[in-house]
Design a protein around this ligand. Structure first.
Ligand code: 5GP
Ligand code: ZN
Length: 119
């Protein structure tokens, strides 16, 4: 599996930097964001190092599909209220103009009663 020894989220996957885990399987990892914007705010990432959505190829389609299907399940488990009164917000910042700070592909999942700090 491709990893980057200098990447913050690769270090989190490897357990070199502690995180509050939400979920993991053989190819995905989810953990609470260290600076939450909402009552529920976690990040879902591939365990392999992919810098951003800009690097995705057709070979990643199945894994990205698994991430999408997992989001609503984890959102409910983490305390987001059910759709339609509840729900959640998911986003993936990509590149400098997309507001990306950590260059390991991640999906933010946010939810819970408003108001939120951002968004
Ligand atoms: P980006 O701006 O790249 O989309 O988001 C990166 C996110 O990673 C930010 O929301 C930030 O709070 C979170 N983050 C940065 N460093 C750490 C860390 O060491 N641990 C955790 N759990 N989250 C982090
Ligand atoms: Zn990485």
């Amino acid at each position: 599996m491709h990893t980057d020894p200098d990447c913050l989220f690769c270090k989190i996957v490897a357990g070199k930097i502690p995180s509050r885990m939400v979920y993991q399987d053989d190819e995905l990892y989810a953990f609470h964001d260290i600076h939450p914007w909402a009552p529920v705010h976690f990040l879902l990432i591939p365990k392999q190092h992919i810098a951003s959505m800009a690097q995705l190829t057709d070979a990643h389609a199945a894994m990205m599909g698994r991430m999408m299907v997992l989001v609503p399940k984890l959102a409910l488990l983490e305390g987001c209220n059910p759709y339609p009164a509840g729900g959640f917000r998911m986003l993936s910042n990509t590149g400098a103009e997309g507001g990306q700070e950590v260059h390991h592909l991640h999906i933010h999942v946010m939810g819970g009663p408003r108001p939120w700090l951002r968004g």
